[in-house]
Design a protein around this ligand. Structure first.
Ligand SMILES: [Ca+2]
Ligand SMILES: [Ca+2]
Ligand SMILES: [Ca+2]
Ligand SMILES: [Ca+2]
Length: 352
């Protein structure tokens, strides 16, 4: 019995000895070379290039602009006439508007370029400058069809809005101007002036600027909004001392002219329009009690997604407007509350 116990202990002892021998035999043995040659440090980051003596570096390459001027190639030879004849009258500093639209319903975009003209007090340069309508022939070429289409209009144009106001499937054209504005109805690709019948000439002395079609009352026809820039006349302009150093007369800023109201024309649906500006709450007054607006741009947009178009009006040197549609034919002007009236410093912008 004693011998059996001894044998068991002997077996256990031998098993422990064999286990220890195997552990040491199979364990990796540190290589002396590993100690002498530790792993290399991580590579150094690229060194900052040494500053040149004049701290100049080659400018980064400019991105390639994928546009090429094809005006001549396309057949557009329009030249804008601003009437400038030395008196430096403020409207001469503005452009006159352009619109791509499919006037002949053939599926491609044609081009209308509105023009200015010489002033009535200067000698008329013949032939008089006119607006120009270029028909797209579908191959990238345009052909001047102004006279044939009845869009060879002579006026001091400042802006254009395209919209099918009579819902006949042909896009019509409203042209804003210094002086009376113009509405031209598209009759199967030929334009007929209907300004008088429609009642949208506006104040004959007004300096209209931007304009736009929009259905503010959701009755299915396009209504018309016309911005006016400032209260301006040649005499008022010339009466002011807009002089550069040296006494040479220069163009004056809008700050020297009074503000004015825009006009909202409601489409009556029978070819006529009604001026509803005051009733709609769009005649905004300055603290002085005079009209505030000096408008140059508009954007109809449904800012609160309630299905009723609102209107942003960009003003020059006075606060911008946001007319919030009250769904009853009136608007609340909320430009300040919406944060678009002024810039971040509280100053009015030069909105254009
Ligand atoms: Ca076309
Ligand atoms: Ca039409
Ligand atoms: Ca309407
Ligand atoms: Ca709305």
């Amino acid at each position: 019995m004693k011998n059996v116990k001894l044998q068991h202990w002997l077996i256990v002892f031998l098993a422990v000895v064999i286990g220890l021998v195997m552990f040491f035999c199979l364990s990796p043995i540190p290589n002396s070379n590993d100690v002498e040659n530790p792993p290399p440090p991580p590579p150094d980051l690229p060194a900052e290039p040494a500053a040149t003596s004049d701290q100049t570096r080659a400018p980064p390459p400019l991105p390639t602009i994928p546009f090429a001027d094809i005006t001549d190639q396309a057949g557009i030879d329009f030249v804008h006439e601003n009437g400038a004849a030395g008196e430096t009258l403020l409207p001469e500093t503005m452009g006159s508007g352009a619109a791509f639209f499919d006037y002949d319903n053939d599926g491609d975009q044609d081009l209308l370029l509105v023009n200015g003209t010489t002033w009535p007090h200067t000698e008329l340069i013949e032939p008089a400058a006119t607006s120009a309508l270029y028909q797209n022939d579908g191959s990238g070429k345009f052909h001047d069809v102004s006279a044939a289409a009845g869009l060879d209009l002579t006026c001091y144009g400042t802006g254009v809005a395209v919209g099918d106001f009579d819902n006949d499937g042909w896009r019509d054209v409203f042209i804003a101007a210094v002086g009376p504005d113009h509405l031209l109805r598209n009759v199967s690709g030929r334009f007929e002036e209907v300004t008088s019948e429609a009642g949208v000439a506006g104040d004959l002395r007004a300096y209209s600027s931007s304009c736009g079609w929009w259905d503010y009352d959701n009755d299915g026809d396009l209504d018309l909004f016309v911005c006016h820039y400032i209260q301006w006349s040649r005499d008022d302009d010339l009466a002011q001392d807009f002089s550069r150093t040296g006494g040479v007369r220069d163009y004056g800023p809008p700050l020297n002219f009074g503000g004015t109201f825009p006009t909202l024309f409601r489409n009556d649906g029978d070819g006529r329009f009604s001026d509803v500006t005051a009733a709609a709450g769009m005649e905004i007054l300055a603290e002085s009690g005079n009209p505030l607006a000096k408008s140059l741009g508009i954007m109809p947009i449904d800012v609160d997604a309630d299905g009723w178009l609102d209107l942003i009006v960009a003003n020059d040197t006075v606060r911008n407007f946001l007319f919030h549609n009250q769904r009853d034919g009136t608007f609340a002007e909320i430009g300040v509350q919406a944060g678009i009236a002024f810039d971040n410093s509280g100053n009015a912008r030069g909105g254009m």
